[in-house]
Design a protein around this ligand. Structure first.
Ligand code: 1CP
Length: 319
């Protein structure tokens, strides 16, 4: 339930007047915000309060997270010369994240903490476009037209991502999630050729770390098999693909995460209950199922519905 905090009044209150990136760099604030949805909804795991662009900012890129828009990059990366502004990171560059994880693990007790990072493709899309995009025109132009620059950029991003995730694992997270939120913009062939090797390098680098690896994207129906093969223990599925269909594509060796449409939460409790039961039934065909939404929580969501949903999932899955 990433970004669940966005729907909570206590979140808006504590964030008032503090920028998003600044919030991510204050361990006490990160700890409080991460704990808010756990306290309120009694979820089974916490997701670290941070953002996928945090390590990219630590790598030297001038960017901001603008309210209502998302990440905005001052000078996008378009040439080999631009790439020099994206330097490798050390664990010290993201020491505030390690500190946040340590504080949280101490507070959470038996509740696991999920760490995360953006995957190389999704991070590259923000760096190349300069902000959120619908078409990924400039991203795809570089991918197809300047494959050497593309590979150099994604290699650098995969190294940054791996350092960022290892820092979180060393500080005590119990699982990691790699968000390739916008990989659904690609065909399977292009995903396998231009993107998968870089995501696989990140996931492979965590083998032996002893934590489950979750790999998620939006609109990835045709990519589910490849996203599993990239090296995930759990494949996150958006709401468009039923979990039993997803399981057939992903294969019997991996678990699934998902996938209630976050918009369902606005349709009244009867609908929420019916759809949540359907998701649970369809997820039962996988070797393991983490119940979740198919994408982030909308800020306008009624928190009471979320609390009720968590209780329903606990009730159904305990039988
Ligand atoms: O509940 C939580 O706080 C979880 C922490 C979290 C996570 C896991 C945030 C806080 N962001 C993310 C990941 C993230 N950030 C993703 C991947 C997750 C997904 O697919 O849902 C992506 C694509 C981003 C980039 C981003 N950051 C966007 C999307 C912009 C676009 O391209 O459409 C936005 C709106 C942000 C800002 C942001 N990040 C997080 C929050 C709570 C917010 C809102 C800003 C604020 O509260 O001021």
């Amino acid at each position: 339930m990433r970004q669940a905090g966005r729907s909570l009044p206590e979140y808006r209150k504590i964030r008032a007047g503090v920028g998003m990136l600044e919030s991510c760099r204050r361990p006490e604030l990160v700890t409080e915000i991460t704990l808010q949805p756990v306290r309120r909804h009694d979820v089974d795991a916490a997701i670290l309060f941070s953002d996928i662009v945090v390590p990219v900012a630590a790598a030297g890129i001038d960017l901001d997270i603008v309210a209502g828009t998302g990440p905005v990059v001052a000078e996008p990366i378009r040439t080999a010369g631009d790439l020099e502004r994206l330097r490798p990171i050390t664990p010290e560059d993201v020491g505030f994240v390690a500190e946040s994880v340590r504080l949280l693990v101490a507070e959470l007790g038996a509740t696991p903490l999920i760490g995360f990072a953006g995957a190389p493709f999704t991070l590259a899309s923000y760096l190349i476009e300069g902000g959120p995009s619908r078409t990924y025109l400039k991203t795809k132009a570089m991918m197809y037209g300047q494959p050497e620059l593309w590979n150099a950029l994604l290699t650098r991003l995969s190294e940054i991502t791996l350092t960022f995730l290892r820092t979180q694992v060393d500080a005590g997270v119990s699982a990691v999630q790699l968000f390739d939120s916008w990989a659904g913009a690609l065909s399977e062939a292009d995903y396998r050729q231009y993107v998968m090797p870089h995501s696989a390098a990140v996931l492979r680098g965590l083998l032996g770390a002893g934590v489950p690896r979750i790999h998620f994207g939006v609109g990835t129906a045709v990519l589910l098999e490849a996203m599993g093969e990239a090296g995930a223990d759990v494949v996150g599925v958006d709401w468009r693909t039923p979990l039993d269909v997803a399981t057939k594509r992903i294969g019997p060796d991996r678990s699934v995460q998902g996938n209630l449409d976050p918009a369902i939460l606005f349709a009244g409790w009867e609908t929420v209950e019916r759809e949540a039961r359907r998701v649970l039934a369809q997820g039962a065909s996988a070797p393991g199922h983490i119940f979740n939404l198919g994408h982030g929580v909308m800020p306008e969501t009624d928190p009471e519905i979320l609390t009720r949903l968590v209780a329903l999932v606990h009730d159904v899955s305990s039988r």
